[in-house]
Design a protein around this ligand. Structure first.
Ligand SMILES: Nc1ncnc2c1ncn2[C@@H]1O[C@H](COP(=O)(O)OP(=O)(O)OP(=O)(O)O)[C@@H](O)[C@H]1O
Ligand SMILES: [Mg+2]
Length: 253
């Protein structure tokens, strides 16, 4: 199971949208995919309108806090080949507890190793602030996919994120940034070309993906409908772009 953290220290760059729709695209390509919502904002859980309010709902927090809970009891089936481990806002209260638990930073990694399902890909949606949930995700993953909005002038958060990835490598030496994907490209905009120049001469230049995710209202609307883009607008540019992204990701070494 290939473990990919979809991450960037910058907020609102399309992390959740990419996790949901890249996951759906890989699933349509016949890959078996599990999505993990590591964000206490539970945006990915809400994206698919998964109800985690009931007293019996088992969520990520329960799995991370106790190794006695069966991970399969939390897995929600979304569509063919696509599953989710949902999150609930109350996980935020346990932020410090996670660090003091036995296994500390490796809790998510250990959890993923216990998942029995025959999955090809695990995509982890992460929060925008650099915290224990991001650290856990980077320690559990093999690859990082960074969504980047080229019209964001403030690159500082992304730069800080790159340092966080470097720090995570101390505990997870195999971790690598495998892709940078530009998102929310406005029609006719060439800003991503100028923006790619930021990575010129840097190792990261090689991982700037060919696929660009264009800005489309439909992708914005899906996040409130409980549907991925292939259910909501299968012929639109959002579906085309995420399918192309999936094809590129499937070619990763
Ligand atoms: N390609 C796109 N075109 C138009 N709107 C988009 C696109 N991608 C994402 N959006 C919208 O932009 C907003 C931010 O996207 P998203 O929630 O995926 O970002 P995020 O990085 O996960 O944010 P956060 O940091 O809060 O977790 C959402 O309202 C989403 O629906
Ligand atoms: Mg998000």
């Amino acid at each position: 199971m290939r473990r990919i953290a979809i991450s960037n220290g910058k907020g609102g760059v399309g992390k959740t949208t990419t996790t949901a729709n890249l996951g759906a695209a890989l699933a349509r390509e016949g890959k078996r995919v599990i999505l993990i919502d590591m964000d206490p904002q539970q945006s990915l859980t809400d994206f698919f309108l998964v109800d985690v309010e009931g007293p019996d709902a088992v969520t990520l927090k329960d799995l991370l806090l106790s190794d006695k809970v069966d991970p399969n009891s939390a897995i929600v089936s979304l569509t063919k080949n696509l599953d989710l481990i949902p999150n609930r806002e109350d996980i935020a209260a346990f932020e410090t507890a996670f660090s003091s638990l036995k296994g500390g930073p490796f809790l998510l990694r250990t959890l993923l190793s216990k998942i029995k399902g025959p999955y090809d890909y695990c995509l982890i949606d992460t929060p925008p602030s650099l915290n224990v949930f991001v650290d856990q995700s980077l320690i559990a993953a093999e690859d990082v996919l960074i969504p980047l909005k080229p019209n964001d002038v403030d690159m500082k958060a992304t730069e800080r994120f790159l340092s966080t990835v470097e720090a995570a490598k101390e505990m997870n030496p195999k971790l690598k940034i495998s892709g940078i994907v530009f998102t929310m490209i406005k029609p006719g905009s060439k800003s991503h070309i100028a923006f790619s120049g930021i990575f010129k001469g840097d190792e990261l230049e090689k991982v700037v993906l060919e696929t660009k995710i264009r800005d489309t209202v439909k992708l914005g609307i899906t996040s409130t409908k409980g549907q991925d883009i292939f259910q909501f607008d299968p012929k639109g540019i959002g579906a085309q772009d995420y399918l192309k992204l999936a094809e590129e990701v499937m070619k990763w070494n």
